[in-house]
Design a binder for this molecule. Structure first.
Ligand code: SF4
Length: 295
């Protein structure tokens, strides 16, 4: 591939991701005047893309927003965060590297054969929340994208018996921060292609030796399989998360809250919107705090 065509593809990808990210930020009020946002950097493709897109978006906002990137060294064997540090230094944006041996805690406390991720995520969240408080951040930005949200939705539907995806924004259970997901409408394949073309120094994510998240992988496989017959499947599913009919579910609390908020009765079928129409109020109704759905 020639350099020119590579650049064109990169520009096109970046434009699409930037537009989608900006639209999500506007629709869900993810960035507001005088926010100080902690950008959680795992060193994976999603967090690098999130960081780049936010550093492009924030200077163009008509109000001040501060960003501080934060990365946690969890002391996994073979970990080397130097490439990420070099990337952040070069960016010129404020950042902080934390170190906490959550790896030892996890390997000591999790029974053999069980997956580490649940305890690991909880420990990591505690460290990050502590850092956010110390840095004076009121928001924490995570790199979850559309496909993460859809897989979480299916996992909750099939294994937990509840309708719950990943909202673009939610207040932490302790009320201290808003967690935001600016990439929530971005397709993973676009992010992967963008990250590859940007040449991000990705940190390997298998250092912990945790078993693969088999259930989540199955959801990815299922979606891939269904997408063969229906190429727009993921976009349609994502739109469904913005097109909830509280009157056609059997959760009376949801229906009551909907009517109390002045919602229309949606018994009449509606044609799906060609472009997703974000509606913060609807999302709040279904988007109960879902810290447990984080990986
Ligand atoms: S995969 Fe991620 S969340 Fe799971 S144990 Fe490893 S570092 Fe922790």
């Amino acid at each position: 591939m020639s350099l020119a065509s590579t650049d064109t593809t990169l520009e096109r990808l970046e434009r699409r991701l930037y537009r989608t990210t900006r639209a999500a930020c506007e629709a869900y009020a993810l960035l507001e005047p005088d926010d100080h946002v902690m950008v959680a950097m795992s060193g994976g493709k999603d967090s690098y893309s999130l960081f780049t897109l936010l550093t492009k978006l924030v200077p163009r906002l008509p109000f001040p927003v501060r960003l501080t990137a934060v990365h946690l060294d969890q002391k996994q064997p073979g970990y080397d965060g130097a490439p990420l540090v070099a990337f952040l230094e070069k960016s010129g944006w404020p950042f902080e590297i934390l170190a906490e041996d959550t790896y030892s805690v996890v390997t000591t406390h999790v029974k053999e054969g069980a997956t580490y991720c649940s305890l690991c995520s909880r420990l990591r969240r505690g460290v990050l929340y502590g850092a956010a408080e110390r840095l004076g951040c009121n928001k924490i930005a995570l790199g979850h994208h559309r496909d993460d949200s859809l897989e979480t939705f299916l996992l909750n539907l099939f294994y937990a018996g509840k309708l719950q995806a990943m909202p673009a924004k939610y207040r932490t259970d302790d009320g201290r921060f808003d967690v935001i997901r600016p990439l929530v409408d971005c397709a993973e394949k676009d992010i992967a292609a963008y990250a590859a073309q940007m040449g991000y120094p990705i940190l390997p994510c298998n250092l912990c030796g945790s078993q693969e998240n088999l259930k989540r992988d199955k959801m990815t496989e299922l979606l891939n399989q269904l997408e063969k017959d229906n190429p727009n499947l993921r976009a349609i599913m994502a739109n469904a998360l913005r097109n909830v009919r509280p009157t056609h579910l059997n959760d009376l609390d949801v229906a009551r809250a909907w009517f109390q908020a002045g919602g229309e009765d949606r018994r009449a079928p509606r044609a799906p919107a060609p472009e997703p129409v974000a509606d913060g109020r609807r999302l709040r109704l279904i988007g109960v705090s879902n810290e447990d759905s984080e990986r």
